[in-house]
Design a binder for this molecule. Sequence first.
Ligand SMILES: [Zn+2]
Length: 651
Amino acid sequence: MTSPAPLRLPDADTAEQWVDHRATALLGTVQELADRLRTDPPASVLETLELWDEITLQLGNVAAVGSLLSNVHPDAAVRTRSELAELEADRLATELSQDRAIHDVLAALDPAGLDAQASRLLERTLRDFRRSGVDRDDATRERISEIRERLTALDQEFSRNTRDDVRTISFPAERYAGLPQDWLDAHPTAADGTITATTDYPDAVPVRMFVHDAEVRAAMTRAFLTRGYPQNDQLLQEMFALRHELATLLGYADWASYDAEVKMIGSGPAVPAFIDRIAAAAEEPMERDLAVLLERYRRDVPGAEQVTGSDASYYQELVRREQYDVDSQQVRAYLDFAKVRQGLLDVTGRLFGLRYVEVADAAVWHPDVTAYDVVDAAAPEGAAPLGRIYLDLHPREGKYKHAAQFTLTDGVLRDGSSLASSSQLPEGVLVCNFSRGLMEHDHAVTLFHEFGHLVHHVLGGRGRWARFAGVATEWDFVEAPSQMLEEWAWDAEVLAGFATDAAGEPIPADLVSRMRAAEDYGKGIAARVQMFYAAMSYWFHTEQPADLTAAMRELQARYSPFPYAEGTHMYASFGHLGGYSSAYYTYMWSLVIAKDLFSAFDQDDLFDTEVAGRYRDRVLAPGGAKDAADLVADFLGRPYTFDAYAAWLAR
Ligand SMILES: [Zn+2]
């Protein structure tokens, strides 16, 4: 088998030119291939599909490098050129998705004789075309383009309105008692003796969680839950109406049905069924959590019937601190970044049968970045790598602010293909912002989570088709492997292997179990809050209520553990109505699957290599080559169920 060479990244001083040349050359190639497909397609069905998949691969190559370097490169000029490259690739991809001539060539192909993967590719490709409206008449297609353009503008305006509507509260300085000293230091008292706090997260979250004064918390909660109102009200009504129109023009009953068709959940009506199922499973755990919360609340507010929304965050935090005795400073002492990073590589290497070999001479975009070849641990010394990963884990100016896995190249193995350009090595990048010294346990969990995406990208990049490479699974499944890998960062035995303090003492098991218990407290409440949000996301799209506040109040009463606060309009700043649209349920869906996957592991021996190897080969390695439900069933030996999730929730 031929082994593809890794992509050679440019040195800092030639990077801009490199991005420019590569984008221009590859997009030119895509245009040529598209032309050939339109006017002179190969005689063989398989070769025609290969040509289309090569277009997918090369468009992806331009978009991936564009997206990566625009988020991580230290040189602003490189970031700007990379952003443009991504935009150009996206534009060409959209254009091709509406290309009648190419669609007609592909639609005329006879799938007889194709193997399972190739016929899946053909079926998926035609579905993509159909979903973009390519087979509709001219007037309909024109209206579809118009709607898509307007939706993009509305989505941007929605985010902007929410982001820009920063409200403030002002109270005498002493009424902020309870906040950590570093917060108070960063908020000096004004001449009139007051401190002003804004509705941005770095203020809003700690104020609602730590301030002892209930009126201050209530004022912040009201300000926070009225952001974006009233300006986003009409805007959201238009967004829901246009999405509905688009879906019906394409032949779907409603937007949620259109959206769910390409997800694991499969159909629109399955969404509210899922929401109600989770809500029912969470009913008793929620009541249990609320009883604990109310008992604590009544010591401060005698005779209270329920905990208000503005007191919820404060009292949940109080219960965690008082009842589980977890000192985050003590936990940090065991989490030295360098040891955690090495621990992550050791744990995942052992689990998935991999070795990470540092590539000292690889060109990188910043000295903080390290490249590793990912090698099969069972392969002989010097064997070709399975892929390459880059770790870029510390903050710096101009860099992406969150934690995510970025694709550098999608992996494909095309032995025996007719295409001139053949195989490509899967390469991915972990982009995070961790401190260099001691780290929070939360951050260690995030590191394991994101690495779950990275290992999925690499191991899933050994297939025949670019369309199915790496994390190309259904969107509501894609978080499951990462959510599952988080479990290793919560296991006392696993942690003891790398979480050691300055004297080399491993983190005590009883501390880990208290950390776990504190983390688990409130999961019934959290599940019901999530289902309230998921219900809004679904019903707003399918019913398009004329009075969004009234509809929200009704759903809040049905699902949320906390009552509606008069005069607030939470939906007006619920950003996920933009990106997730009707599918906010997906995070919980992935979690249900993650808990089911995890149930197959021996809880007393998370390194059981038989189970881990089966998981690697049956869930991660196929990428998107099968439906996620089938991948899960192949691994578990049965269809997925809710049982493991429900048992965890009830625990
Ligand atoms: Zn994730």
